[in-house]
Ligand binder design. Structure first.
Ligand SMILES: CC/C=C\C/C=C\C/C=C\C/C=C\CCC(=O)SCCNC(=O)CCNC(=O)[C@H](O)C(C)(C)COP(=O)(O)OP(=O)(O)OC[C@H]1O[C@@H](n2cnc3c(N)ncnc32)[C@H](O)[C@@H]1OP(=O)(O)O
Ligand code: FAD
Length: 664
């Protein structure tokens, strides 16, 4: 709290659990809580990281300001000798998309994942010290989703032992890479490998783009920013770029050679690692995006929940206070499922991080068996969580009524920054269709004796799930996790099997897949929701200390799955996983759970431990002092710098004068 009156104090007193312990559950551990708490305050208390005017700055100023912040952040990281974990938290709490995200988040991971030991030894120290700044240059003007369709070429020249990087067409121009437009000195550039006139698929190459002396593009390189993007401030702090190559030469050892090598005489040698590792950086980032989803959604929910407790409309009796809008059942039924989803995504993100770490360790030991599971889970969960989060932020804006539309609510910028997550790192539909292929393959192999593993393991009980009948008889039965899991498993399995049956009727499976793709996406959604529900339930099986903490999480878990059951009851009914009566009981139980969330709502968002700086929202202020601050902020708008606006004499006065003379 920043001092002064706490207008939400009464709300905080209603909490039935230990908020401090919940903060630790949210953070993941005492250790991560301590770091994120300390670093978020460090950033919040430093005026150099202020975000106040961000939505009002013209692009050039905005961008320069981002450069200033990034350079200052780097200075603080070094001055304070921050660890890698602390440094990454600092960049997170600075809360401004910048070239550094791509440098640390994709360029370095690409070299780590696809470079040989020797290449890592050469390039990583330079990147870690930021003596070079890198981006991830994959997408082109003509192709993003279809990576195999990229047109940039990397042709081996045996005479000079070099690759010639070239953009043969306009559509082969690299287009979108963050950090490329104005900052990066280097890029991991994805191009079509050609040796001896033969094509060998897409590979990554480290290419220097700008001179280190004066930042000018190297010969043969055309480079710039692709222009303004959606929203004020928002993602416009990022220099997403365009890049063309005119026969640019790089040494042979700058092809990332963990997956395939090109020998001195131009032979392509495949390692024993699968080709899909070329896509490994995307798997890594998709996993981080799931964790980011819980951050973005929790942030919007925190704003909407606090404001809903402050805002009052209607319902005054005998001159008493009006009703807090959070007490309206409709408000609760829109807000609390999002609150529950924020927690659900936190836990599934935690699990996915574990899965990714496990897969990485296995890969290092040349065990590639869990790669398809990692691909399916990261692709599916990235799609599910970003879609729900983007829609959820917009719902939170609506939950804040008119004031939610003001930039000072923080919600418009949050939405504008967040919404491309549905597209970048793989368009959500394209990724869901990847999962659909894996689901269909799993179903088709069920009779072969090959047991499905990991998150698909439930398919191994297909006979049982096809015969399953839900035995809920009263509303409280829906609080039994075993019953819930079976209902979600049966729904997902039946939807997949139904698609597989339809698919088998097509003579050409590819045509069938295309024809049924909308149904397949629905089956994937059911499968991914099952994963999130099951990971939430698994979390509840852990030892969770703190008075009332586990109980609150149980309530939120119930809200999460019963809301899904209610929203998708069409699926559950159509697959006969529940009866209309059972669906109605689920909804009755959901209402009971909403009333249990209500007294704890403010404490549940306090548990995110967000500073007012990070939230960047007057409506979401910790102290709930909304109206005076909204009023104050309005006067800070540049439009209010003068009482009579610029342009009055040119445009308003002649207009008014003309109307007066017309009347006369
Ligand atoms: C503050 C934040 C901090 C850190 C985070 C940093 C940054 C994140 C923040 C913001 C993000 C900012 C920018 C985003 C950057 C980008 O957007 S980079 C560009 C991303 N581009 C994409 O995601 C492209 C999407 N397309 C694809 O992935 C592929 O083209 C495709 C998978 C859709 C299709 O590829 P194909 O080669 O045609 O494959 P296929 O024939 O369908 O499949 C062949 C087999 O390979 C398997 N497979 C596919 N992908 C993967 C993978 N990634 N990993 C493992 N395996 C994979 C597939 O299952 C097939 O397997 P089979 O067994 O059936 O052969
Ligand atoms: C803010 C932002 C930052 C980015 N940063 C980077 C970066 O740093 N580096 C980089 O390389 N790239 C970056 N990208 C590019 C991004 O990865 C691509 O835009 C993304 O992968 C989607 O590809 P696309 O643009 O080709 O979409 P398209 O594939 O053209 O999608 C258009 C529509 O077609 C549909 N569609 C496409 N294929 C299919 C199919 N097979 N079946 C059904 N429907 C289909 C999609 O669902 C979508 O509705 C960034 C993009 C954005 C918006």
């Amino acid at each position: 709290m920043e001092g002064g009156v706490d207008y939400l104090a009464d709300e905080r007193k209603k909490a039935e659990f230990d908020v401090q312990q919940m903060k630790i559950v949210w953070a993941g551990s005492h250790h991560t809580f301590e770091i994120s708490d300390r670093i978020s305050k460090l950033v919040a208390n430093d005026p150099a990281f202020s975000k106040d005017e961000r939505t009002m700055l013209p692009r050039k100023e905005l961008f320069k300001n981002t450069l200033r912040k990034a350079s200052y952040a780097w200075k603080r990281i070094n001055d304070l000798h921050l660890s890698e974990e602390e440094a990454s938290q600092l960049r997170f709490y600075v809360d401004e998309p910048a070239f550094t995200d791509l440098h640390w988040g994709m360029f370095i991971p690409a070299i780590k994942g696809q470079g040989t030991d020797e290449q890592q030894k050469k390039w990583l120290p330079l990147a870690y010290k930021m003596q070079i700044i890198g981006c991830y240059a994959q997408t082109e003007l003509g192709h993003g989703s279809n990576v195999q369709g990229l047109e940039t070429t990397a042709t081996f020249d045996p005479q000079t032992d070099e690759f010639v990087i070239h953009s043969p067409t306009l559509t082969s121009s690299k287009w979108w890479p963050g950090g490329l437009g104005k900052v990066s000195t280097h890029g991991v550039v994805y191009a079509r490998l050609i040796t001896d006139g033969q094509e060998h698929g897409i590979h990554g190459f480290i290419v220097q783009l700008r001179r280190l002396e004066d930042h000018r593009p190297l010969p043969g390189i055309i480079i710039g920013d692709i222009g303004m993007k959606f929203g004020n401030g928002a993602y416009n702090t990022m220099d997403n770029g365009v890049l063309r190559f005119d026969h640019v030469r790089i040494p042979r050892d700058q092809m990332l050679m963990r997956v395939s090598q090109v020998t001195r005489d131009g032979k392509v040698v495949q390692s024993d690692v699968p080709r899909q590792l070329v896509y490994g950086t995307m798997v890594y980032v998709r996993q981080t995006i799931v964790q980011d989803a819980s951050c973005a959604l929790s942030r919007a929910v925190c704003i909407a929940t606090r404001y809903s407790a402050v805002r009052r409309q209607f319902g005054s009796h005998n001159g008493g206070p009006e009703t807090q809008v959070i007490d309206y059942k409709t408000q609760q039924s829109r807000l609390f499922p999002l609150l529950a989803s924020a927690y659900a995504f936190r836990f599934v993100g935690e699990w996915l991080k574990w899965l990714y770490t496990d897969v990485t360790q296995r890969l290092q030991a040349n065990d590639f068996s869990t790669l398809p599971e990692a691909h399916a889970c990261t692709a599916g969960l990235k799609s599910l969580t970003t879609s729900v989060t983007a829609d959820g932020i917009e719902e939170c804006r609506k939950l804040c009524g008119g004031h939610g539309y003001l930039c000072t609510s923080g919600l418009p910028e949050l939405f504008a920054v967040y919404v491309p997550a549905c597209t970048y790192e793989g368009d959500n539909i394209v990724l869901m269709l990847q999962v659909a292929r894996i689901l269909m393959k799993t179903v088709s192999q069920l009779g072969s004796g090959k047991l499905p593993v990991g998150t698909m393991a439930y398919m191994g009980r297909i006979e049982h799930l096809l015969q399953y009948r839900c035995n809920v008889q009263k509303a409280e039965d829906w609080l039994n996790p075993a019953i819930v899991l079976e209902a979600f498993e049966a729904r997902a399995a039946r939807m997949s099997v139904s698609c597989a049956k339809k698919l088998s009727k097509f003579a050409n499976p590819e045509e069938g897949f295309a024809e049924l793709s909308a149904d397949l996406v629905e089956a994937v959604v059911a499968h991914c929701q099952l994963i999130v529900v099951s990971k939430f339930i698994e979390k509840l099986q852990q030892d969770i200390p703190g008075k009332g903490v586990k109980q609150q999480l149980k309530v939120l878990c119930g809200v999460y799955y019963l809301f899904l059951l209610h929203k998708h009851q069409g699926d559950f009914l159509a697959t006969s996983c529940v009866t209309p009566k059972q669906a109605s009981l689920a909804n009755d139980q959901l209402r009971v759970l909403y009333s249990q969330v209500r007294p704890n709502a403010i404490a549940l968002v306090d548990a995110f431990n967000y500073t007012d700086h990070f939230l960047g929202s007057i409506l979401g202020r910790y102290d709930g002092n909304v109206y005076p601050k909204l009023y104050e902020a309005a006067w800070k708008d540049p439009l209010n710098d003068s009482v009579v606006p610029d342009g009055y004499h040119q445009y308003i006065r002649p207009l008014l004068k003309q109307q007066r003379s017309a009347k006369l």
